[in-house]
Each structure stands twice: as C-alpha cells, then as structure tokens.
Design a protein around this ligand. Sequence first.
Ligand code: GUN
Length: 284
Amino acid sequence: MGQIIDGKMVAEHLRKGIAEEVNKLKRETGLVPGLAAVLVGDNPASQIYVRNKRKACEEVSIYSEEYKLPEETAESYLLTLIEKLNHDEKIHGILVQLPLPKQINEARILRTVSPLKDIDGFHPENVGLLVEGNPRFIPCTPHGVIKLLDYYGIEIQGKEAVVVGRSNIVGKPVSLLLLHRHATVTICHSRTKSLGEVTRRADILVAAIGRARLITEDMVKEGAVVIDVGINRLPDGKLAGDVDFENVCNKASFITPVPGGVGPMTIAMLLWNTFSSAKNSKGF
Ligand code: GUN
C-alpha cells in the first residue's frame, strides 16, 4: 500500500503560515487583504465551495464578501457587479464561481475581471503569463497539486507525467506547471485511444477528467504517484474521485484520497493568491 498524501494536513499547515503573514501585513502596514466571491445559481457543489472559502478567509483574517445571485441573473448585471468590484479598494481578489448558467458568456465574464484581481488566474492575460512561464496568479487547484508533490519530496524533473483531462481550470494549467518543472508531459482526454497504454507510462499520474473511478489498477504503473483531482457524486450520494482508490492504492507509491487530498489545497492556494494580490496592489 502506497503512502497517502494528506492534503487536509498540508493545507492546514499552509493556512497557518498564511494567517501569520496576513497578520504581519496588517500590523506593519494596516492593509487587510479582501476577497469577493460571486456565485450565480444554486449548484450544490458550488455552494459548498463558496461556503468553505468564506470559512477559510475568516480563519486567516482575510476580509471576504459573498454575492449570491439567482440562476436567472442577466449577464449585464454580473458585468456591472464585476466592474464595481474591480474598482473597490477593499477587494484584492475576485472569484466568479464556475460553471455559470447558460445565458451568461463565461469567456466575457472572465475577461471583465481585472487581471490584477484575478486570483483564479483565468483571465487571458494571466493565462498568457502562465504559458510564458512568468505567472502572476497560478490557478489554485494546479498550484495545490504542485505544492503537495513538493511537500512529500516527490521529484518532478525528468519524470513522465500524464495528465488525464484538458480543462482550462485544471488539466491545461497543471500540465504547464509540470512542464515548467521539467517533466515530460502527456495530456489525455475523453477521445484518447488506448488510455491505459498512455497512463501506464506515468511516473506521476494526474486524474482531472470528472469521471468516477475511471482510473483502475491496470492503468497504473507499479510505484507511480497518483494525484486525483476528481470530485464526483455517485448515484448513492457518496463522493468518489476519478481514481479507483481501493485498488490503485496497492500499486501507487503515493496517492491522494478523495475527499482530503487535492480539495483542501485549492482553498489554501486561493487564500495565498488573495494575500499576494493585496501586497502587490501596494507594491509591498
Ligand atoms: N469551479 C471549480 N473549480 C473552480 C475554481 O478553482 N475557481 C472557480 N472560480 N470556479 C471553479
């Protein structure tokens, strides 16, 4: 049985460090970092994310505002709210929870968030900076994945990394981060032929495709490091990752559980990006 990567513990450790930094910033400069989270509609998973974000902010003394808008919100209303937050001096980070309802053009919304307050790193300018290898804000979940590998002393350089999933939120950015750390990176997706043949090459396997238990034991090389970014709701209401944990854990050298693996890291990195945005806004 491989070693369990305890994301809950690592995230707690990181949050302690962030709380100390936030308090030091307050003491020395009077500046309080502020985060605005915008949630449109009542997607149950999104509601949980946003609630957890608020709690985490309180814990590290980051000021937070929450905007809960109805499912039928017009795009123009959301654009106006974002413009207002762009100019609000108390707010250093703006998070628009995805996915958005159908009547709203997601790309237009993400382009409207000021790139200097885009703590998700989803604005095209910030995506460009990341591609270039000179990121302003690293997307939170991919950043959390790298932090976990580093915390457990897992070497990335020269390794075969296989990422299953190509989303803008996780698959693409985590592939870039692994590439910048000198891994040989392969990206697979729903139309990849012989997925198992590719995943079996992985020294580091990142599953971020959103299909419950898609990655089975036969698709994993003995001793691989397996990072599960999936959070899927099963018909019986239970949560499952993209990896068949029960079986894969016997083959992996390190493996993240769901829940308690990557999930808690995402929020810790969001707090970090908000703190870093506040500092940068004043040139500290
Ligand atoms: N939906 C799922 N993950 C994320 C995230 O990291 N940020 C935002 N804004 N929406 C998400």
